[in-house]
Design a protein around this ligand. Structure first.
Ligand code: ADP
Length: 422
């Protein structure tokens, strides 16, 4: 059974084709992305499992160049389909081989609490939530429309980034601002990276051979964007990102928690335009803004710190300290925790960052096993000592697999999967 997963961004269309065997095994057949949608130089990056990654420019005819009608999401998907059908390195023989499509959708507001089969109402909901994710939701919708055109009759499922966090109580999701702003405009904490927190939570339970519903977990998704979640018996009770993905931890280029008076001071005292403040907080802050080395990439920050760059050292330490601060709060809210889980590019690969965090958790009963930590890159492992009361665990995330799995589960539940052609 072949399942397509689509993650459509404003200028990219990422895809993964999975094969789900009836023995419960899932394998990736091909993956890749179309880059620079809407720009002059769009290209397709494609990897068939077991073969080398190939990058091809998507040629434009003269008329398109003159009229600046560059490739859109729908055309990008057609390019992807042609590749998937290609005799030499394709993975399907007909578009009918794709039995279901799972879509990452960033914002589903309060109404989206679980995966849903996409119909007109769900598309309206995605539009309704556009003011909360103005860059992402329209792109996600463009990906959905493109799939409906190219794969007529194939069920599309939406997996919302915000859905897993919708179990939070009002005490956690409301801000201390006038209540009517929540009622009128939906100003509240929604949380993001939900698919990743859910996936690593469940995988950790499997790894520990304990039911997800019996665990108290603190999950740390540390990538370019960073967020944490406190999960009690399989349900989120707290998360660090807020109404937008700007709140919470220090990130690659985003500021995370700051005094809310700062944006106003930037406008009123520094004469900045609101739009520029938005850019400053989203694109020029975080590790990038603090370290001052022209990049927000953690590898570069660590390297600069190791070479004696004081500012980079402080940036790295603030990053660690903020995580520890949230762990302390979440540990208390949960009434203890079975494990701290690290995932995302930094969480899975950076031993020094994990060490920095876990070395500050002694009071909570977690002690680092330095050899286990050093030896772990991108694979599941326990990195705390055997007698630690609270374990520290590395668990690779796989949002695409979670989207595919949740799509299949929902469609089987609803009797909407055509299984005859498998
Ligand atoms: P995204 O959030 O865009 O999905 P990733 O989860 O891939 O991003 O994470 C990107 C981050 O992971 C970057 O800051 C990168 O520096 C960091 N990273 C990847 N590998 C390492 C490593 N070996 N050591 C430290 N940081 C790493």
């Amino acid at each position: 059974m072949k399942i397509l997963v689509i993650n459509a961004g404003s200028s990219s269309l990422k895809f993964t084709v999975f094969n789900f065997s009836w023995l419960g095994k899932q394998t990736v057949l091909a993956s890749g992305q179309v880059e620079c949608i809407g720009l002059l130089t769009a290209s397709l990056i494609y990897t068939k499992t077991g073969k080398a990654k190939v990058k091809t420019e998507i040629p434009l005819n003269e008329e398109r160049l003159l009229t600046k009608k560059y490739i859109n999401h729908s055309e990008a998907l057609k390019v992807v389909c042609d590749k998937l059908l290609n005799k030499d390195d394709g993975v399907i023989t007909s578009i009918n081989d794709i039995l279901a499509i799972g879509h990452r959708v960033v914002h589903g507001g309060e109404k989206a609490t679980r995966p849903v089969i996409i119909d007109e109402k769900i598309k309206e909901l995605i539009v309704e939530c556009t003011h909360l994710a103005p860059l992402h939701n329209p792109a996600n919708l463009a990906g959905i429309t493109a799939c409906e055109e190219t794969f007529p009759g194939v069920p599309n499922v939406a997996i919302f980034d915000t859905a897993f966090h919708q179990t939070m109580p009002p005490e956690s999701y409301l801000y201390a601002i006038p209540y009517e702003l929540y009622e009128k405009h939906g100003f509240r904490r929604y949380g993001f990276h939900g698919t990743s927190h859910h996936y690593v939570g469940k995988q950790t339970a499997k790894y520990l051979k304990v039911a997800f519903e019996e665990l108290k977990l603190i999950t740390c998704h540390l990538g370019n964007g960073c967020s944490m979640a406190a999960i009690d018996k399989g349900e989120v009770v707290e998360t660090s990102m807020g109404m937008t993905p700007l709140e919470g931890l220090v990130m690659g280029t985003r500021c995370g928690d700051i005094d809310p008076a700062i944006p106003m001071a930037l406008v009123n005292d520094c004469g900045m335009a609101p739009r520029d403040v938005d850019i400053l907080l989203n694109k020029k802050s975080g590790l990038y803004g603090l370290a001052g080395i022209g990049t927000g990439d953690m590898r570069d920050v660590i390297q600069a710190a190791e070479k004696g760059n004081k500012q980079a050292e402080i940036a790295k330490n603030i990053f660690i300290r903020r995580i520890v601060k949230y762990i302390g709060a979440y540990y208390t809210m949960l009434g203890g925790s079975d494990a701290i889980v690290f995932t995302g590019g930094i969480g899975e690969n950076s031993a020094p960052i994990r060490a920095g965090v876990v070395n500050m958790l002694e009071a909570l009963g977690s002690c680092l096993d330095p050899a286990a930590n050093q030896g772990c890159t991108g694979s599941a492992a326990v990195i705390s000592t055997k007698d630690s009361k609270m374990k520290a665990i590395v668990m690779p995330t796989n949002e695409e697999l979670m989207i595919a799995t949740q799509s299949v589960e929902l469609l089987l539940e609803e009797g909407k999967l055509k299984v005859v052609s498998v």
